[in-house]
Design a protein. Structure first.
Length: 317
C-alpha cells in the first residue's frame, strides 16, 4: 500500500472489524486509514508510514490540524487494536494554531473510548510556532464540556519526540506531550494503562511545556481518574520555557476545582531528565509535575511509587 497514495476514508460511521484474530493486517499505509469517523473500530492490526503533513485534516473553525495513524478525528469506541510504524508531522510555518498528532487518533471526540489498544508507532513532530499536542494513543481528548473520554488497558511502546524550531516573534505556543494522551478538554479516565516508550521534548523555545509518561495536562475544571498506571520509559525535556513547565513520570500537570478526582496505584521507574533555561513556574516530579485537586470533594490519592531517577539542571543552555 505504501507505493500508492492512500486517501483516508471519511465519514464512516458503522462497524469496522479488522479481523486480526484470523491473521488479517493492513500494512504500509502512507496516510491515516480514516479522516473523520464515528465508527466502532475493533480487532485491527494496522501498520502505517506517515511522513507528510498533507495527510492531516484541518478544521478551520477550531484552527486544528489533526493527524493520527488510525484517524485524524474519531468519535466512536476503539478496541482490541494495534498501530505500528511511524507518524511524522512537519510544517515549517505557523499557518495552523493547534497541531494534534497521535498514534491512534489526532483528536478523540467527545464520548470516545479506547480499550485494549496498543500503539507501537513512533511519533514525531517538528514544531514551528504552533501549539503542539502529541500522544501515543491520542493527542487531544474532547472538544469542550462534552461526554467523557476513557482509556482502559492502553499501552504505548513507540518513541514520542517533539523538536521545536525557534521562530522569530514566537510568544504564545505550548507543548503537551505524553505516552497515552497529550491533553484533555473533557473528563477523562485512565485504568490499567502503561508507557514504555522514550518521550523527548527537544531544546528550543516555547511558552509552556507539559511532558509525561501517561497524561500531559487538563484544560478547564475537568475531572480525571487515574487507576493502576505505570511508566517505564525515559522522559527527557531540554527546552527554554518562557512561563511554565510540568513534567512527571505519570502526569505533567492536573488542576481541578471539581471533586471526584482519583489518583491511585501510580508507578514510575523511568528516568526523568530536565534541562534548559528555567521557566518562571517549574513543576517536576517522579509521579506528577503538579497534582492539585480540591480537598473535601471526594478526591482520592493513594499509593504513588517512584524509583526512577529525577535529574534536573535548569542552568543548562
Amino acid at each position: 500500500m505504501s507505493e500508492v497514495e492512500w486517501t483516508p476514508i471519511d465519514g464512516f460511521s458503522k462497524i469496522f472489524d479488522g479481523n486480526r484474530d484470523a491473521g488479517h493486517k493492513i500494512i504500509g499505509l502512507n496516510a491515516p486509514l480514516f479522516g473523520t469517523t464515528t465508527a466502532t473500530i475493533k480487532n485491527l492490526d494496522l501498520n502505517v508510514n506517515i511522513a507528510t503533513s498533507s495527510s492531516a485534516y484541518y478544521n478551520a473553525t477550531t484552527k486544528v490540524m489533526a493527524l493520527g495513524g488510525l484517524a485524524c478525528y474519531s468519535g466512536g469506541p476503539i478496541s482490541d487494536s494495534t498501530v505500528s510504524g511511524s507518524v511524522y508531522w512537519s510544517h515549517k510555518t505557523s499557518t495552523y494554531t493547534y497541531i494534534f498528532v497521535g498514534g491512534f487518533v489526532g483528536q478523540a471526540l467527545d464520548g470516545t473510548s479506547f480499550s485494549n489498544v496498543d500503539n507501537k508507532a513512533n511519533i514525531s513532530a517538528e514544531k514551528h510556532n504552533n501549539t503542539t499536542f502529541l500522544g501515543g494513543i491520542a493527542a487531544m481528548a474532547g472538544v469542550s464540556s462534552g461526554a467523557d473520554v476513557s482509556f482502559y488497558d492502553c499501552t504505548n511502546s513507540g518513541t514520542i519526540k517533539v523538536n521545536e524550531k525557534t521562530v522569530t516573534g514566537e510568544t504564545n505556543r505550548n507543548s503537551y506531550v505524553a505516552g497515552i494522551l497529550g491533553a484533555s478538554n473533557v473528563n477523562v479516565s485512565f485504568e490499567d494503562c502503561s508507557n514504555s516508550g522514550a518521550i523527548t521534548h527537544e531544546k528550543a523555545y516555547t511558552k509552556n511545556a507539559y511532558v509525561a509518561g501517561i497524561y500531559g495536562r487538563n484544560f478547564s475544571s475537568v475531572n480525571v481518574q487515574f487507576k493502576n498506571l505505570t511508566n517505564t520509559g525515559a522522559i527527557t525535556s531540554n527546552t527554554t520555557c518562557r512561563e511554565g513547565m510540568g513534567i512527571g513520570g505519570i502526569l505533567g500537570e492536573h488542576t481541578s476545582k471539581e471533586g471526584n478526582n482519583i489518583a491511585s496505584d501510580l508507578t514510575n521507574t523511568g528516568a526523568i531528565t530536565v534541562g534548559g533555561t528555567p521557566a518562571s513556574t517549574v513543576y517536576i516530579g517522579g509521579i506528577a509535575g503538579r497534582y492539585d485537586g480540591v480537598s473535601g470533594k471526594n478526591n482520592t490519592v493513594t499509593t504513588w511509587t517512584n524509583s526512577g531517577a529525577v535529574v534536573i539542571d535548569l542552568s543548562a543552555p
